[in-house]
Each structure stands twice: as C-alpha cells, then as structure tokens.
Ligand binder design. Structure first.
Ligand code: AMP
Ligand code: GLY
Length: 428
C-alpha cells in the first residue's frame, strides 16, 4: 500500500556545492514546503525557495534545537565531519529523521585503518596494505613494495592526506613525517587503472545505485599537481560500463553493506566507493566516503529525474527496496572555479561578477561564497568557489556549455582546470 503523500520541512546540513545541489533538487519536489540550509552559502541565500540558518554544520546541539523548534521532518547531511561527529545519532536520539550514517558507521571514512581492516575481514578487493605506528617497521615494509608506494595519514584529510612516493627514500621520509606526532600511517601498494566514483543510497539493508561519475582530484591540467577535493566531475563515467557497475555492486557494495550490518555498524546514508578499475574491468576499493562526493553530487543530481525527497524518505524509513530512480539520458559536467592559491592558502572576499548573466544552459552551484548585507554582492569565501554545471546530449556538449558559462564569471585570481572530462572524451 502506498503511503499518503505528505509534505516535508527539510534541513540540509553543510554549506558547499554539494549542499547547494541537494537543496536545489529538494526544492524541486512538490512534497517540499520548506528547505533550510545550515549554514548554506550565497547560492542558497539567493534562492527564494531556501532559507539559510546561521548554524555551523558541526554544531550538533544547535542543529537539533533548530530542527525541533522548526518542526523539521527530514534532515540530510552533506559533509563527513558532522557525520563522524555523531550528528545522526543526536538527531535520532531527539526523535528526528536524518539521512546519513551514524558515527559508528562513519568510521568507514573517518579511519583508513578501520576501513582497510574491514575490507580485509570481508575479502573485498583493495590494495595490499599494512598499518604502522612506528617508523622502523614502516621502513621494513616499504622495502618489500614495488614502486611507486602509497602512504596515507589515518583520519579525515579532505582528500589531501595521500602521498604517492616515486622511490623508497621519499616513502621513508613521508612515513617519518606522518608519524612524527604519533598517530598511524597506512602504507599500500599502488594500483594501476582508471578511477571512478561509485555512489549508492543505503537504508541499512537495501541499496539503490546512483548514476556513475568521475572527478578530477589533482589541481592542474593533465591530472598534475597537488590533490584537491575535486576540480570537476561528470556523469555518467564511460569507464563504468554496465558490467563494471554490476561487479562493483556484487564484489564491493553488497558485501560492504552486509558486513557493516553484521558488525553492528548498520550503514544508512550515501555510500561512496572510490574505485580503481583495471584494464580487465575489475574494480578495487581505493577509499570509502560516507557521503556524496563533491563535486560529483552536482552532475549526478542534475541528471536525477526522480523526486529526491521520495528517495531520502525511503532511505530513513528502510523502504529503498521499493525505489528505482530514473535518470536523464543526458550527460552532466561540472567545472570548479577556484580562488588563487587553492589548494593552499587562498585570498577571500573578492566580489564575483557575471553570476546573473548565466543563461539556462548552465546551473551555478555555489561552494565557498558569501553574500553581502546588500543581498546582491556575492564574494569569494573559500578555495573552491563555484561549481559550474551543465547538461548536454553527451559529455562533449555538457562540457562546452559549462566552460562557456565559466567565461562569463570573474573575480581577481579566478581559475579553473581547462580539461575536465578529457578521460571520458578520449573513450568516445
Ligand atoms: P584516497 O584519499 O585514499 O582516495 O586517495 C586519494 C587519491 O590518491 C585517490 O583518488 C587516488 O588518485 C590516489 N590513490 C590512493 N590510493 C592509491 C593506490 N593504492 N594506488 C593508486 N592511487 C592511489
Ligand atoms: N570529490 C571527492 C570527494 O568528495 O571526496
């Protein structure tokens, strides 16, 4: 029996491009009567369908109080920090529905050591690895690995905590540096192949795959330079063929969801497997995230045809087995416009021009932006500033539209990668 459609007052927690995209898609639902974003950004402030709430994403107590006082019926969490900090546990304790993993399940992203051990326990494919707290033992293991060697700091590092050492000396130095203040380092074998982001919605047991996507993590063209949170993304990812997606579900996603449930860490929320796909189409786990990727969420949500509120509600009510989301045939591509200096220290506070001249061919999701009190002037307020997203009948068309829109926008020091989507285009 179909439940009577009810309306929702929704709280989106976070303030980046992913949260703007979530709020944008949620606002589109006929079932949504109010969308609050905490803390949001200039993009969510300027959209008349949304209301920004000046509460930091990690201020759990204030978020719960706000949700109770404003009869929030459904909350959804964007970033990992609040999830790892237990925001879902706190909402549930207050009797509030919140889509996301609790703190115990968020360990999958919070600790690389936990996630690598979990993968080993459940025979889920991932690179050979070992975890160290002590430099000499790390050095011995480094000697046994082929080059290059991958080292990861344990704990949340926003995609910036990975070192790919081309030789043993570099690896030894990195291990020493990562262990200098105590802590743990994960050292692992380098995997060859092409990366893709495979995301699903999980209700503890049932799994709904989202459209495939790929992002570009390195800062500069040709995938060179330091790692970032992501400089652009697109969906679908041609490397994720139907056969690869099926293997990822069978060999990685299902065993992960069932393994977490067996271990008393039942996973509910968006689950993101960062995959390395080898030349035979075999997927291997690089990392888990316990949330949507950013910027992957932006092109994925632009392609989602179904009502996101229906999906989120089914997620918290453990009814995802009844959901099959529909996707637009079109491709979507996002280009991140960043501040001078990103991913290092950045200049903030520059006024952004051109925002109101963007045509319907592209959608601007705001990330690090703030709105002046005049309600008009939008300023840069972070490293990744805007995520310029477009649909097209293929990746090439979506890319042309997104890049055309980036040319209309400007501020001192604004830059973006010029080659987002090149891997997808080379497969066509
Ligand atoms: P992670 O935070 O673990 O996803 O690592 C960040 C990035 O480092 C990944 O997106 C990959 O590009 C790269 N990376 C991490 N682990 C490996 C590995 N074992 N082999 C090859 N590249 C890796
Ligand atoms: N774009 C990669 C991430 O969100 O972790």
């Amino acid at each position: 029996m179909q439940a009577q459609p009810t309306s929702h007052r929704i709280l989106v927690i976070g303030g980046g491009g992913r949260e703007h995209a979530l709020a944008w898609k949620i606002a589109d639902s006929p079932r949504t009567v109010a969308v609050f974003v905490a803390p949001g950004n200039a993009g969510t402030a300027r959209d008349p369908r949304m209301v920004n709430v000046p509460i930091a994403a990690d201020d759990t107590r204030a978020l719960v109080e706000f949700a109770l006082a404003n009869t929030i019926t459904l909350a959804v969490v964007g970033p990992e920090g609040p999830l790892v900090g237990g925001v879902v546990d706190a909402f549930e304790a207050a009797g509030l529905a919140c889509f996301g993993p609790n703190a115990a399940a968020a360990e999958l992203e919070a600790s690389k050591a936990f996630s690598k051990r979990f993968l080993a326990r459940h025979s889920i494919p991932t690179a050979d690895y070992a975890v160290f707290t002590e430099v000499n033992a790390a050095r011995l293991y480094i000697q046994t690995l082929p080059l290059p060697i991958v080292l990861k700091a344990d704990g949340l590092a926003a995609g910036k905590g990975v070192i790919i050492a081309p030789d043993q000396d570099t690896a030894n130095d990195a291990a020493e540096r990562l262990l200098a203040n105590g802590g743990r380092v994960v050292i692992e074998r380098y995997l060859e192949g092409e990366e893709a982001s495979y995301m699903v919605m999980v209700d503890g047991d049932n799994i709904v795959p989202l459209a495939s996507s790929q992002d570009h993590k390195p800062a500069y063209d040709g995938d060179n330079g330091p790692n970032t949170g992501g400089m652009g993304a697109y969906s679908p990812a041609p490397v994720v063929t139907g056969a690869v997606a099926e293997r990822a579900m069978r060999e990685i996603i299902r065993p992960t969801v069932h393994g977490m449930a067996e271990e008393g860490r039942s996973f509910r929320g968006f689950l993101y497997a960062g995959l390395m796909i080898d030349s035979q189409g075999k997927p291997c786990v690089l990392e888990f995230n316990v949330r949507l990727g950013d910027p992957e969420a932006e092109p994925i949500l632009m392609r989602l045809e179904s009502d996101l509120v229906d999906l989120l509600e089914a997620g918290v009510e453990q009814r995802l087995d009844s959901m099959t989301p529909a996707w637009r045939d079109q491709a979507a591509l996002s280009v991140v416009m960043a501040s001078a200096g990103y991913p290092g220290a950045v200049e903030k506070g520059h006024a952004i021009s051109g925002i109101d001249n963007i045509t319907n061919n592209a959608t601007l999701f705001h990330a690090g932006t703030s709105l002046d009190e005049d309600g008009v002037t939008v300023r840069t307020a972070g490293g990744r500033v805007l995520c310029v997203t477009a649909l097209g009948h293929d990746i090439a068309t979506a890319r042309e539209r997104a890049y055309a829109a980036t040319k209309i926008i400007n501020w001192p020091g604004a830059w973006c990668r010029r080659d987002i989507g090149y891997r997808a285009l080379s497969r066509m």
